[in-house]
Design a protein around this ligand. Structure first.
Ligand code: NAD
Ligand code: RM4
Length: 253
């Protein structure tokens, strides 16, 4: 086990990619805070799986875009575990909408959750790491949509591009404290976030055709890389943007 004795917070961990990351971190021996926004039952189910792996866990409801809720969540993790070694910023939304129809409210909400949320969680957790002399790990789930655009994803792509430079800037700012900050850029991973978009058989076939490895991703394809970036094998990696997309991004077809 590569993460025994480490304590982690995973945001948006009740389903999808966050769920797979939380379980995988636990399989490697980490204690995990399962953050969720709405579905308490799903979060509890993840916590039960994690508990059965012999590590500690608890669920915590917090909207990552609200500073007070994030601060309270970080404090709860410190009260329970004493320290936080790993933060995985994963909670995100992608309300597909044509560029010309994106309202000010929708724009603000996407930026608030996807970008401000990562900032808030990172700042509160980084301060706790510095106070305790912990050479921690911050891992941000960005997207290949931070490098390429989409007509219905202008707000989302802008938020993800922001995450990349947030990650790089944090890597520079927190490097002197021994804290590493890296981003993972998944391609199309089948989860609730894109269920409706991929329900169109033509769109689904088109997306698969673009992937040289011949399939869409599953959450577990992302989780292993999070373990790597959180482990000692990644001691000298910071400010990196790791694409995990089956080759979709490099394929111009
Ligand atoms: P998902 O919709 O299944 O999971 C997102 C999770 O974030 C949900 O549990 C949701 O409740 C939570 N969440 C949303 N708003 C929140 C808030 N304000 N506070 C706390 N939690 C909140 O989707 P997913 O595919 O698992 O997405 C996880 C991350 O991966 C997102 O950041 C997404 O942008 C990113 N991503 C997904 C894909 C993909 O194709 N699925 C590709 C690249 C990146
Ligand atoms: C991802 C990626 C996928 C899309 C999701 C919602 O970042 O771009 O193609 O399905 O977002």
């Amino acid at each position: 086990m590569r993460l025994s004795g480490k304590n982690a917070i995973v945001t948006g961990a009740s389903r999808g990619i966050g769920r797979a990351i939380a379980i995988r971190l636990a399989q490697e021996g980490a204690n995990v805070v399962v953050n969720y926004a709405a579905n308490a039952d799903a979060a509890q189910e993840v916590a039960e799986i994690i508990r059965s792996l012999g590590v500690q866990t608890f669920v915590y409801k917090a909207d990552v875009s609200k500073a007070k809720e994030v601060q309270a969540m970080v404090q709860a993790a410190l009260d329970e575990f004493g320290a936080i070694h790993i933060l995985v910023n994963n909670a995100g939304i992608c309300p597909f909408e044509d560029f010309l129809n994106i309202s000010e409210e929708l724009w603000d909400r996407v930026i608030e959750v996807n970008l401000k949320g990562y900032f808030l969680c990172s700042q509160f957790v980084a301060k706790s790491m510095i106070e305790r002399g912990i050479k921690g790990r911050i891992i941000n789930i960005s997207s290949i949509s931070s490098l390429v655009g989409g007509s219905k994803q202008a707000h989302y792509c802008a938020s993800k591009a922001g995450i990349n430079l947030l990650t790089i800037s944090m890597a520079i700012a927190l490097g002197p404290y021994g804290i590493t900050c890296n981003a993972i850029l998944p391609g199309t991973i089948e989860t609730d976030i894109n269920k409706e978009d991929l329900s169109d058989p033509a769109k689904r076939a088109y997306m698969i055709k673009r992937v040289p490895l011949g399939r869409l991703g599953v959450p577990e394809d992302v989780a292993g890389a999070v373990v790597f970036l959180a482990s000692d094998d990644a001691n000298y990696i910071t400010g990196s943007l790791l694409v995990i997309d089956g080759g979709m991004l490099i394929n111009l077809q």
